[in-house]
Design a protein around this ligand. Structure first.
Ligand code: CA
Length: 231
């Protein structure tokens, strides 16, 4: 990586925890900005463009979860990676529910080592999401040129199918509900029916079919869709 300093926004209302996280970040070579509420975080984002947000779930006023969703619906912050900080007793299904809106989550209490490892992993994923080719199974996607190949064969995709496949390949082996896909792939600026997702999934599978890759886009009954190389 370059010498460029990475700035992280820490949104946490408990000052002691926020400062502790901040110290850990400094020691790991990051710069950080703090906010004690969503309102303060909005103020920070008005003047700064952090590379990543560490967002506490339980905040006074607007919750971290709601804020994460708002960030995803705003074109300016849509691609900003978010790691959610949750309490130990957070329900499993709630965490799964928010997975579409955040890049990762950490359960309190966590170690500095764990925190830094997760941040680096999310930043790597976000950074490589722009230009570096992604190869999974038979497919290679080249974000720089918007090309998709299966081995040497080129695959022709419409723009929406391309974005959908890119999102899936950036988040393999994870289930996304239709509305999560709408948020992340389409954005929420225009009203689109959930069934639109099915239409584009069908087109994507059809395009992948001649390359024996349609099975990578899996339907998970009652839950949504998943990109997976496993059965
Ligand atoms: Ca809190």
């Amino acid at each position: 990586m370059s010498e460029r300093v990475t700035i992280i926004l820490v949104v946490e209302d408990e000052v002691a925890i926020r400062d502790m996280i901040g110290m850990s970040l400094e020691r790991a070579g990051f710069r950080w900005l703090g906010a004690g509420s969503v309102e303060e975080a909005r103020g920070v984002l008005a003047d700064n463009a952090p590379e990543l947000i560490l967002l506490d779930w339980m905040l006074p006023g607007v919750s971290g979860l709601d804020f994460a969703r708002q960030l995803r619906r705003d074109d300016n912050t849509r691609d900003m990676p978010v790691i959610m900080l949750t309490a130990r007793d957070a329900e499993e299904d709630m965490i799964r529910g928010l997975e579409g809106g955040v890049d990762d989550y950490l359960t309190k209490p966590f170690s500095t080592r764990e925190l830094v490892a997760r941040i680096k992993s999310v930043l790597r994923r976000a950074g490589s999401g722009d230009e570096a080719p992604i190869t999974i199974g038979p497919l290679t996607l080249e974000p720089a040129s918007h090309r998709v190949r299966a081995g040497e064969e080129k695959i022709q995709l419409g723009p929406t199918e391309y974005r959908l496949l890119q999102f899936f390949m950036q988040h393999p082996e994870r289930v996304f509900a239709r509305d999560q896909l709408l948020d992340r792939v389409w954005g929420r600026n225009v009203y689109i029916d959930d069934r639109t997702v099915d239409v584009h999934i069908r087109r994507l599978r059809k395009a992948l079919e001649p390359h024996q890759a349609a099975g990578l886009i899996q339907t998970v009954r009652g839950a949504g869709y998943r990109f997976s190389t496993q059965e």
